[in-house]
Each structure stands twice: as C-alpha cells, then as structure tokens.
Design a protein around this ligand. Sequence first.
Ligand code: ZN
Length: 279
Amino acid sequence: MSSQTKLLLIVIDGVPLRDWRRLFGNLEGWVQTGEAQIWAMRSVLPSVSAPCYASIHTGASPQVHGIHSNEARFRVELPDLFSEITRAGRKTGAVTHSYWSEFFNRFPFDPVRDLEYDEPGGPITHGRFHTMTGYNASNQMTPSDVDLFATLTMLCERFGIDYGILHSCTLDSMGHRFGHDCAEMDHACGVLDGMLAAFLPRWRKAGYEVIVTADHGQTDRGHHGGHEDQQQDFALYYFGSGRPVGESGLLDQLQLAPTILKRLGISIPETMKAAPFLE
Ligand SMILES: [Zn+2]
C-alpha cells in the first residue's frame, strides 16, 4: 500500500551525469540487474547548491522560493517535504548540511541548539547536521560519508522515520578543488559508491524505497551555477516498486518533491506544480 511507503533521498552534491554513469559501478550494476531504474534530471537555475536544495524540497523554482545564492539565506515559507510529511502525521529525518535546517526549520543556525535535535512536532522530527564552517577549496571540512550513512541508518532503526534525506558535500568539494576530469575525482567517486553500496541493501531490507541523485552537476574546471548540460544535469537512481509515468526524457528537478509525496501517499500542495514521474 502506497500509504505505508517509506523513502530515503540521498543527495550527493555536485556530480555531473557523465561521472555518475562511468564511475558509480555499484549503482550502475543495480541498474543492469534491474534493482534500480535510472533517469537523467536537470537542475533549476541558478545551478547553485542552496537554490537547488530549496527547489528539491519545495518543488518551486528559485524565482519563486527566493533563495538565489548560497549567501542570502532565510527560512523558506513555502510548503516543503518536511512540512507536508509531518502534517500527515509521519516522521522525518535529516542528515545534511545546516542550510537544510535553516530553510525548512529555523534560521539562523545555532550549532549548540541545532547540530542535533529530536522534535516530535517537526517539521524535521530528527535532525543531525554539520556546518562545514571554515570550508575552502584546500580544506574541505566535510564529515566522512560513512559517518553520514551510518547516522541516517541510526535514524531509521532507532526512530523508524518515514522519510529521510541525506546530503553529502564531499564530491562537490572535491570538484571545486580538482575539477571532474582527474584521477582524484575518479577515486573519490569510486570510494563514495562503495561506501553507499554497503548501506543500500540494509535500507531496502528495512522497507525503504531509495532515491540517489545530485543537486546539480559540475564542470571539469570545477564550476556550476550556470546554464550548461554539465553544470545542470545529473543521474537519478530509484530503488522501489513505483512505476514510471510521463515521458522518459530528461526530468525536471521540480518533479522530485511531488514525486516523493506521491510515493508516500501524501497529498501534493498547490505550490508544487510539476508532475510526479512515478506512481
Ligand atoms: Zn551543491
């Protein structure tokens, strides 16, 4: 029954479509064996992280939700996945950069109050965040992806969350440092693919559908933000029993939020205008 569906959204920051297809051997292997379905998806513009995060969760464009850059942030007022899932009486979890807490719970982020919280009233029922304070191109300040995947697994197994989002900046940071056409990036993508593969069967066995995707692409020079295939386009892998609907071409990032609500059996607010791509 779709009303019992639980789902995890794994957002790997800053990976272009080409690198998903050639470097993530575990995910591609699951596509080959029929465990996963794959689509290409195009980000909103600007193809910048914070605007994309807000669009992933609200289903609205930056021109509507108002997050136009990483620098000008505030609590987004539109309905989003956390607010709608909580309103339906279900539990949400987040293991992400602190921007997600700012956009969908409270701004500004206070590390002592907000790095970890459990708030039954939601909208984020169980939040575990990191700030990457001090980040620059030569000092990534990112947590290990194993720690992030394990934390999400803990939220699933300890609290029984119905929806969980995990977001990792590792590969975006690697891209800003090295670009996407180099041995360092080949290796980093392979490492992350292997770490994710160790957890994915456990999530599936626990009854979760899983979506693995990016927020935007990134160029060989390590850039994103603009209007170009390599800056905007990325893969979306789906593990679950939903059937594809609509055209099979390039998906729009604004379809992601209403698709997740549809899979969870929760009504889609009017502000999410794009069509779900799964039923
Ligand atoms: Zn990003």
